[in-house]
Design a protein around this ligand. Structure first.
Ligand SMILES: [Zn+2]
Ligand SMILES: [Zn+2]
Length: 320
């Protein structure tokens, strides 16, 4: 047998197979899965009505993703991103209106015919639809830049939902080779946004691996377990579950899925992000499970830890 020396690009691709460093979002289904999970978690949850509303929004996102003419990623931006090891669909910096304007129109149209919207949501949607273009772009930039203090908090979840449709639609059209490995591992390699939470997956090449999920484009990127997703410290990492959850396990009460979520805290930077475990519940979905485990946020706040980043479907002035 002749031994052959692998070329660099072959080694690189082997490495990718071994590590499964990225999970780009599929062309369809991201928002439908989120809607289903939100609905499942709404029952008996203190935040139930809000989760049910966001399930309606996620359904509308799935519908909008199917009809909005989201343009393909810019080929030149992909080349430049690879050259400079930058995110190819960078969210901050003002570009990308083309990415989400169509998505917003489609989302508003889908929500207009959605049954069961509370009056407050309808009013917020009317205000969003009536925003003049410059105010709309300013609001979008505030959300993309994480500047909560400049955001109109009532319309923020709906506008963010439109931005997600735009960026997720573009990210789903990328190939793994279009996405360079960044020097910074704590932001999305596709769009540069912070992760909402992380997920430990099961099955195939993802078995047992932990991925951070982007709050904007739903791309997941690999990060080893027991490591702070905010400052990358590997020392001083602890895991926390909500107290009522511990009690539920002890009494053998039927699980509502919340036990599949833990908060991963760091003694170095005193922040935390949640980890969702598929081995505990196959249906975990980072955005939905993060939103549905507010009791854990209360616990972590009391213990003196700050959220490393917010939930894209919940905007509060003093969230962090
Ligand atoms: Zn992203
Ligand atoms: Zn840290």
């Amino acid at each position: 047998m002749v031994q052959r020396i692998l070329q660099p690009h072959e080694i690189e691709s082997l490495d990718h197979v071994a590590l499964a460093r990225l999970r780009l979002p599929p062309r369809a289904g991201t928002f439908a899965a989120r809607a289903q999970r939100l609905r499942q978690l709404a029952a008996g949850n203190p935040l139930g009505p809000y989760l049910a509303l966001m399930a309606i929004v996620a359904d509308a996102q799935e519908a909008a993703a199917g009809i909005a003419a989201v343009p393909p990623p810019d080929a030149q931006a992909i080349v430049l991103a690879r050259e400079h090891r930058m995110p190819p669909l960078a969210a901050a910096g003002g570009q990308g209106q083309g990415t989400w304007h169509a998505a917003l129109a489609a989302l508003l149209a889908a929500l207009q015919v959605a049954p069961g919207l509370p009056a407050a949501a309808t009013a917020a949607l009317e205000r969003l639809a009536a925003l003049p273009p410059h105010a709309l772009d300013a609001q979008a930039q505030a959300l993309l830049g994480g500047r909560d203090d400049e955001a109109d908090l009532a319309i923020a979840p709906f506008l963010m939902a439109a931005l997600q449709v735009g960026w997720t639609g573009q990210a789903s059209q990328l190939a793994e080779a279009d996405v360079p490995a960044l020097d910074v591992h704590t932001v999305c390699p596709v769009c540069g946004t912070l992760p909402v939470a992380s997920i430990v997956r099961i099955g195939g090449r993802y078995q047992g691996l932990r991925y951070l999920q982007c709050a904007l484009c739903a791309t997941e990127w690999h990060m080893v377990r027991i490591k702070c997703s905010h400052c990358e410290s590997t020392a001083g990492i602890s895991y926390h579950v909500a107290e009522n959850e511990t009690q539920r396990r002890e009494t053998g009460e039927k699980s509502d899925g919340l036990h599949a979520v833990k908060a991963e805290s760091c003694e170095h930077c005193h922040t935390y992000r949640k980890v969702c475990y598929m081995e505990k519940d196959m249906a975990v979905e980072p955005v939905a499970d993060d939103l549905a485990t507010l009791a854990l946020d209360v616990l972590m706040g009391e213990a003196g830890y700050a959220r490393a980043s917010g939930n894209p479907l919940l905007w509060q002035g003093a969230q962090s």
